[in-house]
Design a protein around this ligand. Structure first.
Ligand SMILES: [Zn+2]
Length: 385
């Protein structure tokens, strides 16, 4: 890792502008310079019609290509090495609601995976989705694993993660939730609200206490009502809350995405995949935790029809935003890279600017991933097809 490359590309998206015919120089894993190209002589990599964008940051991913987030570090590394083909350069492996022992094992595996040398996306840290979730909004979370917040349990999982527990999604209306929020924030763990039936006031108190993300906005929460706006209404109007969006056009109608963007602005909306192990695999029968799911036409559902994660990839989410929702590419890229990096407190990535990590995704003009660099090293390059 920490390699040096000089990329010649057709376009670079920097935080404030787009530079045509550019050279992006990376030295020892860090971006050294971005400037207009004078000649190709020094380029070590050349993508004449490529668009260099900041590598995508997926903060909510349960699995990829046969690997599920679990207690096996090899599975986590397998996911990290797979998702670079989708332009992801940092990922946060995400558990579903499971027993304490399973979550502790996932925490230990994350601590191992973060340290391991591999050719994949950086493992940013573990995201616990549950088990402190509301049974009334459980979606595809195992009802047998759901429970009230347990501060001692969170401490045990955080200790097992050895500093790599980054985030927890919980339902703020549950008994003991606010104490758990304080404990998590005291350990610098990002807290998000999800799978929740919280009303507006409860949600507002949680956001005041430091809950900073709404997990898959709209999905796994009550619907908006003009007299009972609920947590959805609170998340839409709060400027200090970042909303996750699953932009597979299955979980959300394009108008729901437009509404979130209009209410919050793109600086507070981030793309996530919520992807499961079936992603990039054929339709068929799979599992999430202890639950069986059936994937048909790429839609992952429980037997009763409940949506169960997705088979979405970050590059497809960006294409959906641009091609089906009508969002400009620079905005879609910010929602895939800049906003999630900021929401997770990562200041060294999420933008292409001198001094930051050399995490770069090169897109073709049709927005398919051509190459991916992590820490300046080429970890994925698609051949001509
Ligand atoms: Zn999820």
């Amino acid at each position: 890792m920490a390699a040096s490359e000089t990329l010649a590309v057709g376009r670079v998206l920097t935080p404030h502008t787009t530079i045509e015919d550019a050279v992006l120089a990376i030295e020892d894993g860090r971006i050294a310079a971005i400037e207009e190209r004078v000649d190709d002589a020094d380029a070590t990599l050349s993508f004449p019609d490529g668009i260099a964008v900041p590598g995508f940051v997926d903060t909510h991913v349960h699995g990829y290509a046969g690997h599920s987030v679990c207690g096996d570090p090899d599975a986590l590394v397998g996911i990290a090495e797979g998702v670079v083909g989708t332009g992801v350069t940092t990922l946060f492996p995400t558990t579903v609601s499971e027993s304490r022992s399973v979550l502790v094992a996932a925490a230990e595996a994350t601590a191992t995976a973060v340290e391991r040398d591999h050719d994949g996306a950086a493992v940013g840290g573990l995201h616990l989705e549950g088990p402190y979730l509301d049974p009334d909004q459980r979606g595809a979370q195992d009802p047998d694993a759901l429970c009230d917040p347990d501060v001692d349990e969170l401490r045990a999982i955080a200790d097992a993660a050895d500093g790599t527990l980054s985030r927890i999604t919980l339902a703020p209306e549950l008994s003991g939730a606010m104490e758990l929020v304080r404990t998590a924030r005291g350990r610098d763990i990002v807290v998000s609200a999800g799978h929740t039936a919280a009303d507006y006031d409860t949600a507002s108190r949680a956001f005041d206490a430091g809950v900073s993300i709404a997990t898959h906005l709209y999905n796994g929460m009550g619907a908006f009502h003009h007299r009972e706006p609920g947590i959805l209404g609170a998340a839409l109007v709060r400027e200090d809350v970042t909303a996750e969006l699953i932009a597979d056009l299955i979980h959300l109608h394009p108008a729901a995405i437009e509404l979130a963007l209009a209410a919050k602005g793109p600086e507070r909306c981030m793309l996530v995949t919520d992807a499961i192990a079936a992603t990039e695999l054929p339709d068929g029968e799979y599992e999430i935790g202890d639950l069986d799911v059936v994937v048909e036409d790429g839609e992952s559902r429980l037997a009763d029809g409940t949506l169960a994660g997705s088979t979405l990839t970050m590059d497809a989410a960006v294409r959906n935003l641009v091609q089906s929702v009508g969002v400009g590419l620079p905005t879609a890229v910010r929602m895939a890279s800049t906003v999630p990096a900021r929401a997770m407190g990562l200041q060294d990535r999420g933008r292409l600017a001198p001094g930051l990590r050399g995490d770069v995704t090169v897109l073709d003009p049709d927005l398919r991933v051509r190459a991916t660099l992590v820490d300046g090293e080429v970890v994925h390059e698609r051949g001509d097809d």
